[in-house]
Design a protein around this ligand. Structure first.
Ligand code: AP5
Length: 213
């Protein structure tokens, strides 16, 4: 099981989708799972919505239950690329217990690093497909046709939490709650770091290198 970590907007989703194609393992993004639950109008989706729009973390028990169900699916039996989970030490411990019960484990945790100024412009320029979750950027990763997803042809939109106020909260939440997870994996010898401030292809090369050691 591979964990992809880093602040909001660093490029976790972009790189996880590329790794999915490369490694043949599914990208499992708690953000995407929660957004899909909201679109479906499910109870978990409506509970999560308020937290997400404000840039705060959805309570651990909801997210852990969601990820448990997802990792039980057949396509995740050989492993998965976890994008945006775990985000608290409690989530990391719950993941460890859950995997141990199935004789599985986290094999590596890769931290993508970047300066905060860079993530703000990445997030404010992001366009997301509500149907297939593909991600684009108005300057650095434009879709072939303006406003239309290259992958599925649906309409691209800005996420409801991609505004200046929610971004400030998301960055503060990352520092307070998620940075300790970096130490959790470092202390287990599982952490690798990749400079996420490079181009998409350079970051991907760095990731491939980090996964070999
Ligand atoms: P989530 O969806 O996980 O959001 P996030 O962590 O804030 O991360 P982002 O999706 O914003 O960024 P990313 O790193 O994936 O970057 P991307 O590849 O899109 O979570 C949303 C919310 O859900 C949370 O705030 C919380 O409420 C809730 N939640 C989710 N998981 C949770 C959990 N485990 N526990 C509790 N609550 C949870 O790239 C960003 C932009 O930059 C794109 O436009 C992209 O095209 C561009 N870009 C990417 N790479 C590069 C590059 N190298 N150079 C230039 N541009 C680039």
């Amino acid at each position: 099981m591979l964990v992809l970590m880093g602040p909001p907007g660093v490029g976790k989703g972009t790189q996880a989708a590329m790794l999915e194609a490369e490694l043949g393992l599914p990208q499992v993004s708690t953000g995407d799972l929660l957004r899909s639950a909201r679109r479906d109008g499910s109870e978990i989706g409506s509970l999560a919505g308020e937290y997400m729009d404000a840039g705060r973390l959805v309570p651990d028990e909801l997210v852990v239950a969601l990820i448990k169900r997802r990792l039980e699916r057949s396509d995740a039996q050989q492993g998965a690329i976890l994008d945006g989970f775990p985000r608290t030490v409690d989530q990391a411990e719950a993941l460890q217990t859950m995997l141990a019960e199935q004789n599985r484990q986290v094999d590596k945790a890769v931290l993508l690093t970047v300066k905060e100024e860079a993530v703000v412009s990445r997030i404010l320029g992001r366009l997301t497909c509500g149907s297939c979750s593909s991600v684009f950027h108005v300057k650095t990763n434009r879709p072939r046709i303006d406003g239309i997803c290259d992958s599925c042809g649906d309409k691209l939109e800005s996420r409801t939490d991609d505004n200046a106020e929610a971004i400030r909260t998301r960055l503060a939440t990352y520092r307070a709650s998620t940075e300790p997870v970096v130490g959790f994996y470092r202390s287990q010898g599982l952490l690798r770091e990749v400079d996420g401030g490079q181009t998409v292809d350079e970051v991907f090369q760095g990731l491939q290198g980090a996964l070999k050691h």
